[in-house]
Design a protein. Structure first.
Length: 66
């Protein structure tokens, strides 16, 4: 089954935390102070993080989930 999920390009993430602040589920964390990590098991693909990201490194993609 395909579901929408937020995918972060961690190579270009500036770890500002803007996405984590707007996530309604609180499932985005800044890992090692370097990049944002989304808990894909809980992400509902609402796109609030992608719209807020100042570096435009978050995309909402359809990915296969069990």
């Amino acid at each position: 089954m395909l579901k929408k999920k937020a995918i972060v390009d961690k190579n270009y993430c500036v770890a500002c935390g803007a996405c984590a602040k707007v996530c309604p589920l609180g499932i985005i964390n800044i890992e090692q102070g370097v990049f944002a990590k989304v808990n894909l098991d809980k992400c509902v693909g609402c796109s609030k993080c992608a719209k807020t990201c100042p570096a435009s490194v978050i995309e909402i993609q359809k990915i296969e989930v069990n």
